[in-house]
Design a protein around this ligand. Structure first.
Ligand SMILES: *Cc1c(COP(=O)(O)O)cnc(C)c1O
Length: 367
């Protein structure tokens, strides 16, 4: 079965092997050397002033960012499940929160953020997804961040890049906290979250907030290539392996091929009459909204060996999402779009003529 969900993504064989060795102790020069190499590679990936790893799923890093970087009030952008989560985290911690809500296919508007900041001088942090995975949407985070800093230079911009880091280049000039998670674009098992931080963010963190998710104590230890608590050694070994593999051909090469594959997939599916759900599709996934979404998804799984994701909440049974993150062979994606075309044939919607495969190949290989 081809795992084509936008997280978790398949773990490459060499990474699985790297993680299969005997357990090593985390307080040893041997592990610290691995940690140091993983950290150096993370700096190349994130391009931020500091990086911190946490043993948690992505949500742990979201929580750490909200609690450590907000002093008075946070503005959260909710255009899907993950944006909504930032607001829920604030509420859970009793942090004052203003929410900007959008339909799940609609990106946040720079003007709305500007207006919200002008209306409320207490807001000292903004949390937003780069790619909102609920609908496969790309928010204009870099533009929002730049505009927000003009109005309030000290504001903290928290960018959830869990389905963006390792997918596309991100301009971190105005971003203070960039979040990634192991099981999405980094092609690792779940359980490791990473935050890239600006110097301004480190200053604002000060002595940190909370206990396990206190970023100050982690920064202090991780600068010495160790962790405040037991490190997720296996995942960090895997992280070093995957980042090394990507680094061989370069991160930019990965971004280029991902963009090309995402475009080829969108064009192939449009050519067989399907509709791309988000107004601004992220490169991380291809989301189709369709009256037969549920039947197509089931058919892909039971007849054609392809596992794609469905939708949540009001989009349950109304969309399906095809992963574009990680190292994916073009022959895998060509089979996925072909399978969708076969499903449409089975549903009596369209006679099969291999259009999807043809268009995918034309766009991907530039025929
Ligand atoms: C997957 C995901 C998360 C984090 O989810 P976890 O299940 O905690 O790893 C957060 N934001 C986005 C955009 C995601 O896709």
């Amino acid at each position: 079965m081809l795992l084509f969900t936008p997280g978790p993504t398949p773990v490459p064989e060499n990474v699985r092997k790297a993680m299969a060795d005997v357990t090593i102790h985390h307080r040893t020069p041997e592990f610290e050397a691995i940690f140091e190499r993983a950290r150096a590679l993370l700096f190349r990936l994130f391009k931020t002033d500091e990086v911190v790893m946490l043993s948690s799923s992505g949500t742990g890093a979201m929580e750490a960012a909200v609690t450590n970087l907000t002093a008075t009030k946070i503005l959260t952008v909710n255009a899907g499940k993950f944006g909504e989560r930032f607001g829920k985290i604030a509420v859970a911690h009793g942090i004052a929160n203003v929410e900007l809500k959008y339909a799940w296919d609609t990106p946040a508007k720079v003007e709305d953020i500007e207006a919200a900041l002008q209306a409320d001088s207490d807001i000292d942090a903004i949390a937003i997804q780069i790619s909102e995975s609920a609908g496969g949407l790309r928010h204009p985070v870099e533009k929002i961040a730049a505009a927000a800093k003009v109005i309030r230079p000290g504001i903290m911009i928290i960018a959830d890049g869990i389905t963006a880091v390792g997918v596309e280049p991100i301009d971190v000039t105005n971003i203070d906290c960039l979040i990634a998670g192991s099981q999405k674009a980094l092609m690792l098992p779940p359980g490791l979250a990473i935050l890239g931080l600006s110097t301004a963010a480190i200053a604002k963190i000060g002595s940190g907030k909370g206990y396990y998710l206190n970023l100050a104590s982690e920064i202090k230890q991780q600068r010495k290539n160790t962790t405040a608590y037991t490190a997720a050694t296996t995942l960090i070994i895997g992280l070093e392996a995957i980042l090394n593999e990507i680094d061989e051909s370069g991160f930019d090469a990965l971004y280029t091929v991902t963009e090309k594959r995402a475009k080829a997939t969108r064009e192939a599916l449009k050519a067989i009459g399907l509709h791309i759900y988000p107004n601004t599709p992220a490169a991380s996934m291809t989301t189709i909204d369709d009256a037969n979404a549920s039947e197509i998804r089931t058919m892909l799984k039971t007849e054609f060996g392809v596992n794609v994701a469905g939708g949540q909440d009001h989009l349950k049974g109304k969309i399906f999402r095809i992963n574009q993150m990680g190292l994916i062979e073009p022959y895998e994606s060509a089979w996925v779009v072909n399978s969708v075309e076969l499903a449409l044939h089975r549903l009596g919607r369209r006679d099969y003529d291999a259009t999807a495969t043809k268009i995918f190949n034309e766009v991907f290989f530039g025929l």
